[in-house]
Design a protein around this ligand. Structure first.
Ligand SMILES: *Cc1c(COP(=O)(O)O)cnc(C)c1O
Length: 369
């Protein structure tokens, strides 16, 4: 039976890096709204994007994000499509004229991809990179190393694959215009979200379902003339039409709104940070006190949201991943490019899930240490 809730199996602890686990409250609300949203007689995905009902959903989601990030008047919020990856193209296209340049801090393969896309369009240079060391630390980021023609420093703040991140106080101390990929750590820690000139984040890690990307930008940074860029690739188009130039990903924005409401009810970003620090500490402490599991990332660079660890043996890693599944711990395998294990502890992951994981780690170590 299609709509029988009873058939739902017990939910697992899903440590996926993205798309990733969502708060149960959000899923329950979405499921309640599915057949008849707020007395409209239809679901949100059946509504005209020009209807007042849908308009309110999008406006509320935007207002929630503005308030959770404490954004000032200089920053606009956009809901775009094309994933985080399209921002690799839109950023240099919109923020650099042909004469301008930008410096890229290559903190992981997402930053590297962003650099490679930017290179096709504009003058860009590498400020620093930790690639030679397997991206095992966050490379140096400093305004002193900029070129005179540089308009911004680009970096990926949290490296989903490698488990490193630029700490809030380090980000705040960079004396330059920053462009930040925060796909895997927006709303998870108390950053000064007004500090960067532009932030973007695909929704599928901390904000909802894949299909919508949030962009927060200071429009004074736009370097192009009106009408110069392809319409859909021009931030101006989406700023002027309030992310409704064409049909927005309505349902995804609605889910995003539900997640943002949940974050507000939970106490906002500072409450998320406290919760995320507690979860991360439990896992890092378990790793650091273990003779079997290792994480060699310098303490100050350790991500709160993506925690990587290895046993040192590929066979044991595979066994660990396999045994985890039997305990209802899924998607714990590391990215295919690095192997080992990765636990993504985004906002929606409960402390309960991390407790289950560390109990299993201890048991595994007793049996295999
Ligand atoms: C997932 C991810 C991306 C890619 O996002 P898409 O929406 O798949 O294009 C980019 N940057 C970071 C840091 C990510 O974690």
């Amino acid at each position: 039976m299609f709509f029988n809730q009873e058939v739902t199996m017990e939910r697992v602890f899903n440590f996926s890096a993205g798309p990733s686990t969502l708060p149960v409250e959000v899923l329950e609300k979405a499921s309640k709204d599915m057949m008849n949203f707020n007395g409209s007689g239809m679901s949100v995905m059946e509504m005209s994007h020009r209807s007042s009902e849908y308009g309110a959903i999008q406006a509320d989601a935007k207002a929630s994000l503005r308030s959770l990030l404490s954004l000032d008047e200089n920053h606009d919020v956009l809901f775009l499509q094309g994933g985080g990856s399209l921002q690799f193209t839109m950023i240099p296209l919109n923020l650099l004229s042909e004469e301008d340049s930008a410096s890229y801090v290559i903190s992981g393969s997402w930053a590297k991809k962003a650099y490679q896309e930017a290179e096709k369009l504009r003058k860009v240079n590498v400020m620093s990179s930790s690639e030679e060391d397997g991206f095992s630390y966050f490379p140096e980021i400093s305004a002193d190393k900029m070129k005179p023609t540089d308009k911004y420093i680009y970096t990926c703040v949290n490296n989903t694959i490698y488990g490193t991140r630029l700490a809030p106080e380090k980000l705040a101390s960079v004396d330059a215009t920053l462009v930040c990929d925060m796909s895997s750590n927006i709303l998870t820690e108390s950053y000064d979200f007004n500090k960067p000139g532009l932030i973007f984040a695909g929704a599928q890690k901390n904000l909802g379902a894949s299909g919508v990307t949030v962009v927060v930008l200071n429009k004074e940074l736009l370097a192009t003339k009106e009408g110069e860029l392809p319409t859909m690739l021009d931030y101006r188009t989406h700023i002027e039409k309030d992310s409704m130039f064409n049909t927005p990903p309505c349902y995804n924005i609605y889910i995003c709104g539900l997640v943002l409401d949940w974050v507000k009810r939970m106490g906002g970003v500072s409450a998320m940070e406290a919760r995320n620090k507690e979860k991360a500490k439990l896992l890092y402490d378990t790793i650091d006190n273990s003779a079997l599991f290792k994480n060699n990332i310098p303490e100050g660079d350790r991500s709160l949201t993506n925690i990587v660890f290895v046993t040192g043996s590929k066979d044991l890693d595979a066994e660990f991943v396999k045994g985890a599944k039997e305990k209802g711990i899924v998607n714990i395998k590391g990215h295919r490019s690095v192997g080992g294990m990765r636990a993504s502890l985004y906002n929606a992951m409960e402390l309960e899930g991390v407790k289950r994981l560390v109990d299993y780690m201890k048991e595994f170590e007793r049996n295999n240490g």
